[in-house]
Design a protein around this ligand. Structure first.
Ligand code: ADP
Ligand code: ZN
Length: 756
């Protein structure tokens, strides 16, 4: 960037004694040096406007230095409001992410600093309020009443309110318009002020304060250990070891989180509570808001359904220190809190903590990293810990805390396995006769049941009995799911949608048959079996109506629904005392897929779903329907035997050198042209092998299990390594060097979860 020697900028350049390295937004991580004008305060993480050629662009300061080797340096045009920047600790975190996850720094920074904060246009919402300065004597008011009745009314309303009132509210109460307010202002009787309005999704809700519960003995032991780690550690000592709290469902983990956060607040510090997006229900939020309501402590909530304005305001509330507790889904791990004392990750085993687009970070792992960088306590909790975390316990990296009993010694639900191979076809093979009887009993006792199936829609495919044609997606290598209510066939990968055919599109035979079962079909079958029962369904299709989730859960809680049918949406964290029966319609669904975590996921899912039963005074019962009833994941879940599951699963992982013994890195190559994609994947594999770091396992480049999606052919290459950072740097060098055809896209997923 040569600058003209006669410009005033050049004069400034010679005057500059401080420089900043700036990474530009949306420009593929390009970094440039700029001079800082005398007297301008700037620090790493600050957002700045800088000249680039003939334009000014936004960027973030990476470093402040007192020399620069760049030539023709130009000056920073403007340092934006400092509260919109990134704090230095988070800047470090972004740099680490870029390095580890092999992604451009600028992308990592985008994850850390939300887009609405980066774009400087978004501002706080303000509103005008009218403050009463002086109320005239009663006689004066009475006279005024005749001359200017609206002015008098406004004054009286303000006096009654006893506090400033917004212009809009005043107009509603008295018909006093802006003009009326202006006249009063001229007379010196009122003053118009600007007030900031928080766009808070919960602004209309009242939270009744709920006191801390008295912890039971097991909870007490755990709490004491956590508290010890919360004691501020002297400088120079290492960060406390992260905790893994393994507590069965309903063992009072959340109560411990709440009390630990309370402790942190009392120390004048702040806390983050991560929960999976799906369990960030109104119920969870309410539990937090009401616990801290008594101390007037703001709880910020971050999740993906906030409007831009809400996100902006929640972020600033956190950044300014007005909210010291943040509860949110994975990205809340980047909440710009100062003096962080604790990060809790609830349901730490949840795959949804992994971000499935670049930067493909894992929220739990980032929590652990941020904890060690900012030397704060980290508490991971789960009823079914991930193999990764439990491995870290065995390696001495995490400290294990356990709760073996449910609160008040409530029994773990009794789990029965139904062998579906022997079921008669009288219920279409969907509901076993014993599950049917069990539902019947619950209806008679006015208790509630949950039926779980992790697949939405009516049937999973439409098959022609005559010619064997299956309706499949034109863009993806999957069959189309039939949705009966909408009478559509839908692709669950790309959303492709068509009218359901009444006869075979190939041979025109009307004998078209439904294969496989979705929640919509379960709902229909159950309703037919129990015509008097109130049956409702909860899955992503129902949720197309925004309020459906809240409404259905509220109706279920108040006993207006007898049987709730749903997908994983109902598997997590929900707490209904009157549910005494849980039916798992098809436990094999996730078991027979080409993913080494299939067994782990099935064990976790069954345990979590089963945990929804018997959370009240009556013991719960769980029916698990399966065509492979003796598979280990199902048997261990049945006996609530985490240790047993762990032992057999970890030896399988060790034998194959799979995670957690190695890190799995998945390279995906996608292209609309099959041959070009395949060739690129092969080239990639060869280039990676050249000069690869020692101990790197490189798989064969092959078609992904989902061969085609969104009209693109997919190929993948699996790498396994013990040293991720070294591999990431190697990959970056390889990818920088290779030139792929325009329509070929390559992505890197470090510690991959989505293997299909
Ligand atoms: P988890 O998070 O392990 O599933 P929760 O913290 O949600 O468990 O506790 C389950 C239920 O037990 C909740 O209704 C909670 O209010 C209640 N509970 C938790 N701890 C106690 C306690 N010490 N005394 C009484 N009730 C408790
Ligand atoms: Zn599709």
């Amino acid at each position: 960037m040569a600058s003209d020697r006669n410009t005033p900028e050049f004069a400034l350049e010679r005057a500059a004694t401080r420089f900043v390295r700036v990474i530009l937004d949306d420009s593929g991580s390009r970094v440039f040096d700029y001079g800082v004008p005398e007297g301008v305060v700037v620090s790493p993480g600050c957002r700045v406007r800088v000249p680039v050629r003939t334009r000014t662009l936004l960027g973030t300061v990476l470093e402040v230095t007192n020399y620069s080797e760049a030539r023709g340096i130009r000056m920073v045009s403007e340092v934006l409001r400092s509260d919109a920047g990134m704090n230095p600790a988070l800047l470090k975190l972004a740099a680490w992410m870029a390095d580890y996850y092999c992604c451009p720094l600028e992308l990592a920074m985008r994850a850390v600093l939300p887009q609405v904060i980066r774009k400087s246009e978004m501002t706080h919402q303000q509103r005008q309020r009218v403050r009463l300065l002086q109320l005239p004597e009663e006689e004066v008011l009475a006279a005024l009443e005749k001359k200017a009745p609206l002015q008098a009314a406004a004054l009286r309303a303000l006096a009654r309110a006893g506090e400033p009132v917004s212009v809009a509210e005043l107009a509603r109460a008295t018909d006093a318009s802006h003009a009326v307010v202006r006249s009063l202002e001229k007379k010196g009787l009122v003053r118009v002020e600007m007030e900031r309005v928080e766009r808070d999704p919960f602004r209309n809700e009242e939270f009744v304060s709920s006191p801390a519960l008295e912890l039971n003995a097991e909870q007490g032991v755990v709490f004491a250990r956590v508290c010890a780690a919360l004691e501020p550690q002297p400088e120079g000592t290492p960060a406390p070891k992260p905790f893994l709290l393994h507590g069965v469902t309903g063992s009072g983990k959340t109560e411990i989180y709440l009390q630990a956060i309370q402790q942190v607040l009392q120390q004048g510090r702040s806390a983050i509570m991560l929960v999976p997006e799906i369990s960030l229900t109104p119920q969870t939020v309410e539990r937090f808001k009401s616990r801290f309501a008594a101390q007037q402590q703001e709880v910020a909530v971050l999740h993906s359904h906030l409007s831009e304005g809400e996100r902006h305001d929640q972020w600033h509330q956190i950044r300014s220190g007005r909210a010291r507790i943040v509860i949110g889904a994975r990205s809340a791990v980047f909440a710009p809190l100062e003096k962080l004392g604790l990060i809790v990750v609830d349901e730490e085993h949840e795959p949804s903590y992994k971000q499935e687009e670049s930067p493909r970070y894992h929220g739990r792992d980032i929590a652990v990293l941020r904890g060690s960088m900012e030397r704060c306590a980290v508490l991971l909790g789960s009823a079914t810990p991930s193999l990764e975390s439990f491995h870290n316990v065995k390696q001495g990296k995490y400290e294990l805390l356990q709760i073996k009993q449910r609160v008040d010694d409530k029994k773990m639900p009794f789990i029965r396995i139904m062998d579906m191979r022997n079921e008669s076809k009288k219920t279409g093979g969907i509901i076993s006769s014993r599950l049917m009887t069990a539902i019947e009993q619950r209806l008679a006792k006015r208790e509630q049941s949950i039926l779980f199936l992790n697949r939405r829609g009516f049937s999973t495919s439409l098959l022609c009995e005559k010619c064997g044609h299956v309706c499949s997606c034109p863009n993806c290598s999957v069959s189309l799911t039939f949705h009966k209510a909408a009478n559509r066939i839908v692709c669950h990968i790309c959303g492709h949608l068509a009218l359901a055919p009444s006869k075979c599109p190939e041979c025109k035979d009307p004998g078209i048959r439904h294969q496989g079962t979705g929640t919509e079909r379960v709902e229909e079958v159950v309703q037919k079996l129990f015509p008097k029962a109130v049956v409702k369904r909860l899955d992503a299709d129902v949720l197309q109506r925004k309020e459906a989730f809240r409404e259905t859960l509220a109706a279920f809680r108040t006993g207006k629904i007898d049987i709730l049918v749903g997908t994983q949406m109902i598997a997590k964290g929900l707490h209904f005392p009157n549910v005494t029966l849980v039916g798992i319609i098809n436990a094999d669904m996730g078991l027979h897929i080409p993913d080494f975590r299939a067994g782990e996921r099935t064990f976790q899912l069954l345990t979590q779903v089963a945990g929804r039963a018997g959370r009240g005074d009556v013991e719960g019962e769980v029916f698990v329907q399966s065509y492979t009833p003796f598979s280990p994941s199902i048997q261990f879940a049945r006996h609530h035997d985490f240790e047993g599951f762990w032992d057999q699963e970890i030896s399988f992982r060790q034998e194959w050198d799979y995670p957690p013994f190695t890190h799995m890195v998945l390279l995906s190559v996608r292209s609309p042209h099959q041959a070009r994609g395949e060739l690129s994947a092969q080239t990639l594999a060869k280039s990676i092998a050249e000069g690869a770091p020692a101990g790197l396992f490189i798989g064969e480049p092959a078609s992904a299990p989902l061969e085609k999606s969104h009209g693109e052919f997919r190929f993948q290459l699996v790498l396994r390594t013990r040293t991720v950072q070294r591999l990431s740097r190697h990959l970056r060098a390889v990818l920088d060097k290779l030139k792929f055809p325009e329509d070929v896209r390559v992505s890197v997923d470090v510690d991959a979860y989505q293997l299909l």
